[in-house]
Design a protein around this ligand. Structure first.
Ligand code: NAG
Ligand code: NAG
Ligand code: NAG
Ligand code: NAG
Ligand code: NAG
Ligand code: NAG
Ligand code: NAG
Ligand code: NAG
Ligand code: NAG
Ligand code: NAG
Length: 496
């Protein structure tokens, strides 16, 4: 009993300490012109994306993510799994190099140990639980086990007979791995990581699953899927799969392990045999998914408990082999231009849908140079703008004239003031523009670095984009109120 209570408290404290449900993105890097990590981070900041999952633990990426407030999931690639699962010290080295070396500057919140191991790497499955344990004990040794969760993302295809959800169970031949794994997740307060792809469920169903049901579109009541055992109504595939996972875990007597969806999305383009991989469907799916996570619905089995989800994925990965759709799961192209504009009004500010809606504060053409100089001096002095980039030899020195320098200082000030229109006046010599004045490696506040040519954003301009990240904190507070603090709190109730 004492042990039981302890576990309960452990899980509760983890769950309560955890933050509200969120939507993050996966960052795949199979691009022929993969943006520099600083550009990736500039895009994340501009789009107010505060949770990311990496498929590895790339050092440059982890460094670029430092001090951004962005929460980061790192991954042990499948290629490294065997070694780690067979050697405690290899695991400890991995954690020391890829986690301890970066934490807390980079806010690493979880480690994915391998990916889809059970379905793609049956040989490594044998060492998976050891790998999880070794990684975890290295975190314990570094006193980071409460901040950083350890799990391993699974394909939802390990759940068999997933409809009706109440009859779902895990592929029994995987139980020798799954049972100790669930024990591990439970005792460490971690979560089941699941990749859920209604797109594939729909495509492989040969017409049994209606497209609208996969896309979270409203269904006529007679088309709603009803679980005849529980009489729960399902209006979308995503919820049905999440509930199938809850039921499959409950079938093995695990009832208090939360689910986090590590991958979900929809391709925006496909070849002639993939007619449903369209921009419209991708937009509908991802927009509805985001709204669903931030809505108070939860799943039919656990209403009010939203499932945090990482969208697959940030960039279109043009180097991915396979069908055309494989290269087209991204929200953005390599230049940081959105593939489509999400319809997420009311769901908060996670993805600023409209990247052309960026505004900048510029010196007016033809303004009196003396007044410009006075305003520039004010901005770099009492206005507290970091004007180092304007010094000779620095990124924004050229062109060396008062209009260009004033524009840089005005824009930085304007963004530091949350883009309030009054902050772009400067006695009438400044005005708001929608054209990004960034040039070369001189990146302006608010710039998404669209053209992707500045591989080396200077520290001061990263610093100046910090104004965006504080606005972004504000937004995500506003955002948070829309989300479901209640959701995760209810886990507590659910446990009791
Ligand atoms: C990481 O993010 C979480 C959630 O915002 C926060 O509670 C925690 O303090 C952060 N950790 C670090 C080291 O910044
Ligand atoms: C693995 O290493 C950790 C320290 O990093 C230690 O606490 C633990 O006992 C070791 N486990 C095994 C099975 O050797
Ligand atoms: C269950 O898992 C085993 C081992 O990975 C696999 O061979 C089998 O095809 C799976 N069964 C189903 C129905 O997917
Ligand atoms: C789950 O618990 C029930 C009741 O305690 C027990 O009968 C059943 O065998 C357990 N199932 C598994 C898979 O452990
Ligand atoms: C959001 O919640 C409301 C009320 O619970 C519900 O009617 C609506 O369908 C939900 N929307 C989504 C996208 O889940
Ligand atoms: C951004 O979203 C808003 C609200 O959904 C919409 O009105 C606006 O048209 C979108 N922007 C673009 C460029 O589509
Ligand atoms: C553009 O940005 C402004 C200021 O951030 C915001 O008030 C407005 O709603 C945005 N417009 C669209 C279409 O997103
Ligand atoms: C990218 O930036 C460089 C340097 O400022 C500029 O010369 C080039 O024209 C830009 N390319 C595009 C496509 O905007
Ligand atoms: C990036 O900028 C720094 C400082 O300006 C410079 O030392 C470094 O060589 C640059 N790196 C590249 C790859 O251009
Ligand atoms: C900007 O950077 C400078 C030095 O690079 C640092 O002293 C200052 O605190 C930074 N400002 C912010 C808001 O981070």
């Amino acid at each position: 009993m004492a042990v039981h209570m302890f576990l309960l408290l452990l899980v509760l404290s983890v769950v309560v300490a955890d933050e509200e449900p969120f939507v993050g993105v996966n960052i795949g890097t199979d691009l022929s012109d993969m943006p520099h990590p600083t550009q990736v981070v500039a895009l994340l900041k501009a789009q107010q994306i505060r949770h990311v999952r990496l498929f590895d633990a790339d050092q440059a990426m982890l460094i670029a993510l430092a001090k951004t407030g962005i929460q980061v999931v790192v991954s042990v690639p499948n290629e490294e799994l065997l070694a780690i699962g067979q050697s405690n010290s290899t695991a400890a080295n991995w954690v020391s190099r890829n986690v301890v070396a970066h934490y807390p500057a980079t806010n690493i919140t979880a480690i994915c140990v391998g990916s889809d191991v059970l379905t793609t790497l049956p040989n490594a499955a044998k060492v998976l639980v050891n790998a999880l344990k070794y990684i975890h004990s290295a975190l314990v040794a570094a006193n980071l086990d409460r901040q950083i969760k350890v799990s391993s993302p699974f394909s939802s295809s390990i759940i068999l007979d997933s409809f009706p959800p109440s009859q779902a169970f895990f592929n029994r031949s995987l139980n020798p791995v799954l049972v100790p794994m669930l024990d591990f997740l439970q005792s460490t307060g971690s979560y089941l990581m699941l990749n859920i792809y209604p797109y594939y469920d729909y495509v492989q169903s040969n017409g049994v699953i209606p497209l609208d049901y996969a896309l979270f579109k409203p269904l006529p009541p007679n088309k709603e899927a009803v679980d005849s055992n529980t009489l729960l109504h399902y209006s979308n595939v995503f919820d049905a799969v999440v509930d199938a996972a809850y039921f499959a875990m409950a079938f093995l007597n695990y009832t208090n392990i939360p689910v986090v969806v590590t991958e979900s999305g929809w391709p925006s383009k496909g070849d002639s045999k993939e007619p449903d991989a369209t921009i419209d469907n991708a937009n509908t799916y991802n927009s509805n998914l985001i709204k669903h996570v931030f809505n108070k619905t939860g799943t039919p089995k656990h209403p009010g408990i939203a499932v945090s989800t990482y969208i697959y994925e940030l960039y279109n990965e043009d180097m991915k082999p396979g069908l055309l759709s494989e290269k087209n799961w991204g929200l953005f192209d390599a230049d940081g231009d959105p593939v489509y504009i999400l319809h997420v009004t009311g769901a908060g500010a996670m993805l600023a849908n409209d990247t052309t809606n960026q505004t900048y504060c510029m010196a007016k053409d033809g303004a009196d140079p003396k007044m410009l100089q006075a305003a520039l001096d004010w901005a770099c002095g009492p206005g507290k703008v970091d004007c180092d980039p304007l010094l000779q030899g620095n990124a924004c020195y050229e062109p060396d004239n008062v209009i260009a320098h004033a524009t840089y200082a005005f824009d930085t000030y304007y963004h530091s003031m949350g883009k309030s229109p009054e902050a772009c006046d400067f006695n009438g010599v400044a005005s708001i523009s929608t054209t990004d004045p960034s040039h070369g490696s001189c990146l302006f506040s608010g710039s998404l670095g669209k053209n992707g040519t500045f591989g080396n954003i200077t520290a001061p301009s990263m610093n100046s984009t910090d104004s965006d990240s504080s606005a972004c904190n504000l937004n995500s507070c506003g955002f948070t109120s829309l989300t479901m603090g209640i959701g995760f709190l209810m886990w507590g109730v659910f446990l009791l």
